[in-house]
Structure formats: structure tokens, C-alpha cells
Design a protein around this ligand. Sequence first.
Ligand code: AHR
Length: 496
Amino acid sequence: MARLVVDPAFVAGALDRRMFGSFVEHMGRCVYTGIYEPGHPSADAEGFRQDVLELVRELGVTAVRYPGGNFVSNYDWEDGVGPKDQRPRRLDLAWRAIEPNQFGTDEFVAWSRKADVEPIWAVNLGTRGIKEAVELLQYCNRPAGTELSDRRVANGNEAPYGIKVWCLGNEMDGPWQIGHKTAEEYARLAEETANAMRRVEPGLELVACGSSNAAMPTFGEWERVVLERTYDLVDHISLHAYYEPKNGDQASFLAASEEMDRMITAVAATADHVKALRRSDKQLTLSFDEWNVWYQQDFPGELGLDIREVSPLIEDTYTVDDAVVVGSLLITLLRHADRVKIACLAQLVNVIGPIRTEPGGPAWRQTIFHPFALTAKYAGPTVLQTAVTGGPDVDTAAFGRIPALWSTATYDESTGEVAIFVVNRSETDKVDLEIPLARGLRLVEHLALYDDDRTAVNTATEPDRVVPRAVDGTQVVDGNCTTTLPPASWHLLRIK
Ligand code: AHR
């Protein structure tokens, strides 16, 4: 029998609600026929799909990064503002698609207000630079009275947008990125762009680009070089990672939380190395601003794409196992709540999204929607350490021998509620678990996501094939909560 011990005295960190962020890129059908579809039966006067907005609110997303992604590195923001009939159609080099520019800066701000999310903005440091970043910032955030802010007012938006978090480019270490740079080239540009943006508005939160993934040949060194230049000027360094089963190794895939854990530890250590070099008192924090399951082996690569109008791209259909992995990745993020202050599930709709739509048709929840929504809903403001003893291990080709159970917990002092999130990462063995409860505490509910068919998915015709279910048989006897966690399962236990 495994034993999970949790106590509000053992704090891991304060939860920043921006941990439950997501990402909208001009890619495939994320924007067009995703969040924006004039003429759709549910569209409002601005063309925003209300069915999607309702699901976004239910998902519990708190912040959304925009407009890319690789897209941003060849995007001229000016194309996306002003009268729609005068906006240019452009070739987007990132995804080799025609960008109609019917949705841009003003539309995204309006949408984010309706969705009740904080917008996080990325600037183009691929084909553009300091000047355009500073101009976009002025367009968005300055009160009327300059040419740029007056342009926003002329476009019908008197009040400044007050966008606080700005990403200095996207994945600039990646050879696929338009305007890809060496670490030193990017570091200099990020340094000068941050410096100029802070002259417009000193209180911004700036995110420097970290590595595109931990397998990049420059991983670690890239972060060091970038932070040695920018440490005093930025607040966060970004991390991106996508996970998928490789060579049919589902056991290692179910343990992807281990890979994310190691990446966060490595980037935090690199940031702390630079902190030591600089004798700095400042602690840099992390923005994990792209993460998800993505079956990249099914993606032909950018150059494999024909130039086309808005059309589907990487619309992965997620399984039960994918949802369990997404739940476990959220556990990893929460375990690092002391360092990770922003995280964005990439992306939000259609493009590797928790929400899927059909043009002119329905919107539905993918399997991965559920662990995200429940974690966002029930995670309290304080993340607690959990200690698991006596549990089994699993052997994985990718990470060696690791504990089957992966857990975290949160505490809400105002309600007294403890939420425990736990995943059984073994694909073969169930785990019997006991959780000692402090005197007077009771189990409010135990919800879980698992299925005899681990490949089951949700579709337009069967949108609720995979949903969380209340677990029968979880008991509290003499202050001891006992339950059984099936193989490859995600769980939420609420205790109060
Ligand atoms: O989310 C899809 C793509 O993945 C983004 O455009 C890019 O930043 C990352 O490589």
C-alpha cells in the first residue's frame, strides 16, 4: 500500500494563476473558424464564437499568449489593425499560409476581455526589431496623444490596453524560425529591445526566449548567454516542450512529467548560475509558455506544407492516455510553483487544442480539456509538498526507474480545502493508496480520468465519450482515506 502524506505546513510555493494560461496563434484554424468565425450561428457581432468562448471560460484559462508562435517572427502587426476591408492578405512564411488579417491586435484584446483572460503579447524579433516592438507597445498601452496611440483611438479604442506581459520573440534558437539567431545575436537584440520597451513603460513583465525544447543542441548554453545579457532587464525566461510517444514506447510517454520536471530544474539552475555570476539578489522566474502533447511525428514540417488558405493544421485528436499525461504535466508545473509563474497550454482551439470546432458546426471538449479544467478550478493559492512512501516504481526506457505515483496538492486557507492531484504512471499495475487525514477532515469528492480503452477519444458525434468520473469505493475510516488508482489514471481528491 502506498501512503501519500500532505500537510499545509509544508509549502512548495505560492500559485500564480497565470499557470493556467493558453496560447492562440495564427496557425491552422486556431483563430479563423476557431475563436473567430463571423457567420457562425453562435458568433456575436464581432464574429467571436460564443460556443467557444463558453468552453474557454469553463476550461478556466487565465491568460492567453498571442499572436505566435512561429507566426509572430514574420508578422507585421500593422497589417492587422484598422478597417478590415483595407487590411492586406499576406503570405505567412511560418506556416506557408495566406493570412487574411481579418483578426488582429484590437480583435484579440476585445476577445480576451470577453473570455476574461489576461493577454500576453509576443513581439516579432525575427524579421523586425526594436522599433516595431516599441511602436506596437505604444499602440497598445499609451494614452491618446501620440501618433501611435491615436491610431488605436481612431480604430475605436480610447482606453489603453494595459498589456503587462511581453515575450521578446519566439523560439529564436530554432533554425526553422524566420530570423533565427545565434544566442549572442538574440541576446543583444533582446537586451536592446527590453531596454527600449522599459523606456516606454518601466513596469512591464518581459519574457526572454529560452530554448525551443530541451533536446536543442544549444540547450543550457543558450539560456546562459541570453541571461548574461538580459538578467537585469527581464523577469522570466521561456521554456517550450511538447511530448509524444516515441517508437511506441507508451511507458516512457506516461512518464513525460519526469522530462518536464528535469527541464524546469535545469533552466532554473542555469538562471541561478547567472544570478551567482552577477552577484544578483534578483530571482528570475520561468514562463513555460508552450507545453502540451503534440504528435509531431505526424507533422510533415513547415516545408512539407503547400501554400494554402486557412485550413486545418496539427488538429491532434487526444486519447485517454494523452489526458493522463496532460494531468501529470500540470502536476509538474504545480510542484514548481515557486519558479514557474506563467504556463501556457499550447494551443487553445483546434491546433493541438483542448477545444475542437467544426466550421459552421459544433465545438467540443477534447480529453485533455478535463484534467486542465479541474486543476484550474480546484487548485488553491498555496501549493503543498506531498510525500509518497511505499509506492511501486516503474521502469522506463527514457527515464530509468521512477516512482509510479506523481502528485502534488494545494491548500486554500480561506476554505480549508486541500486538493490532491495524483497520477498513476504505471500502464500495467493498479496502486492501492492511503492518505492519512488530519482530525475532522472529510473527503468532498474523488474524481478520476481513466478508461479500459486508453485510446478512446472525444469527437463531434461523441463529444463526451471520455469524461471524468466520480470514483466509487474511496473510503475514509478512522481518519484514513483509502482508494485504488487504476493503471494510467489521473485523480483529483478534494478534502476539507
Ligand atoms: O505551437 C506550435 C508551434 O510550436 C509554435 O508556433 C512554435 O512556437 C512551436 O515550435
